[in-house]
Write a new protein. Structure first.
Lengths: 270, 108
């Protein structure tokens, strides 16, 4: 990497850091990757035992004020976020990745090296995540159909009642149905997560994403699972087993990834 | 691991339904997960948190919206609409970069 001779503060470019990888990583892994500035190649900046995955970014686009403004631009944001993930994804299954959150930007390679020297927890993270990838599982269910099934299973008890009374009973029944459906969905979510977690090295449950108003596709599980790259069969077998088990319950389990282990990058006490 | 031509990532990159990773899955991970590093350029963490919350709400319907030809951020007054000028170009670039794990990367 040839450093520009101009003083760093006056530099028009910053260094965007995607994450760190193991010291054995070859730069060719990222030869095809397109960075957050698509014109710039991905460059590895080596520290002691860890290597930062970086690319140059123009300050007119990624400087303090520009960045704040650009964050409000959804098209810009989507493009950059997909690029951030795309760069790290190039190394999936090839080397250990500790992904950074979007927006770690430095003024120079030297500043990146200083960060690498200070953040020795990154070395621990590399060890912890060695050879691991993240799989996402998004579970959805069809609330209406589940509700219909639960309703059908419950004996339609009422005979001839006065209309006022029948109305009240119907209201009561509706409430009970809603509760039952909610409980069923929560039970299913817990059971699925528990089974998948047992087939993974680590697991996280994230908040459910709000429904898009489509009752046939309401989220039931937003899970992330850490598995060894290339050894995903037990996890996928567990998933198939669960799909078969809940096939009649209008539950859909979609797997995403493998991802860099975003959900497991930060160490937790648990 | 150590497989030929295609990368491990290529095999699963798409969710079950095909196509590039859904926006919600990528946004949640890249904006809200990963190690937090204080770079020289400081992004206000609170801003990011608010942004993430807003995006999470919006993105729930994003991919559906896109299928219907609606922009995913419409409905949030805070998020400014992308430039109408050059929108086409940006979308094309976006699609290319979203498809980065697929066929076209061989050419680079």
């Amino acid at each position: 990497v040839n450093e520009p001779s101009a003083p760093r503060e006056a530099s028009a470019t910053g260094i965007y850091v995607y994450g760190v990888v193991g010291p054995d990583t070859t730069p060719t892994l990222f030869a095809d990757a397109r960075g957050v500035d698509a014109a710039q190649p991905v460059v590895l900046v080596a520290g002691d035992g860890i290597v930062a995955v970086t690319s140059s970014v123009p300050f007119p686009e990624f400087g303090q004020h520009a960045l704040e403004a650009n964050l409000q631009d959804p098209l810009w944001l989507e493009e950059k976020i997909r690029a951030h993930d795309g760069v790290l994804a190039a190394a999936i299954g090839r080397t250990t990745i500790v992904p950074f959150r979007f927006g770690a930007i430095y003024e120079s390679d030297d500043h990146v090296r200083e960060m690498l020297a200070e953040r020795r927890d990154l070395v621990d993270a590399l060890t912890r995540l060695a050879g691991k990838v993240e799989l996402g599982v998004n579970g959805y269910f069809d609330r209406n159909r589940l509700r219909e099934r639960v309703a059908a299973e419950r004996a339609p008890a009422d005979g001839e009642e006065s209309s006022g009374r029948a109305y009240m009973q119907r209201r009561q029944l509706e409430r009970e149905l809603d509760t039952a459906v909610g409980e069923l969905a929560a039970e299913c979510s817990d059971a699925v997560h528990e089974r998948l977690a047992a087939a993974a090295d680590d697991a996280r449950v994230n908040p459910l994403r709000p429904s898009s108003g489509d009752a046939t596709r309401e989220m039931l599980l937003n899970g992330a699972y850490l598995v060894a790259a290339g050894a995903e069969d037990p996890f996928r077998a567990a998933l198939d087993e669960l799909r078969a088990r809940y096939a009649g319950d209008e539950v859909v389990l979609e797997v995403t990834g493998p991802w860099p282990p975003y959900n497991f990058a930060e160490a937790t006490e648990s | 691991m150590g497989t030929p031509a295609r990368r491990v990532g290529d095999l699963y990159r798409q969710p079950d339904r095909g196509g590039p990773a859904q926006l919600a899955d990528v946004l949640e991970r890249v904006l809200d997960k990963g190690i937090v590093i204080a770079g020289d350029i400081q992004i206000n963490v609170l801003d990011i948190e608010l942004l993430t919350i807003r995006l999470r709400l919006l993105v729930a319907s994003a991919d559906k919206a896109r299928e219907m030809g609606i922009n995913w951020w419409e409905g949030d007054p805070f998020l400014r609409k992308g430039n109408q000028r050059g929108l086409e170009d940006r979308l094309k670039r976006l699609e290319r970069s979203a498809g980065i794990d697929e066929a076209d990367e061989q050419e680079e």
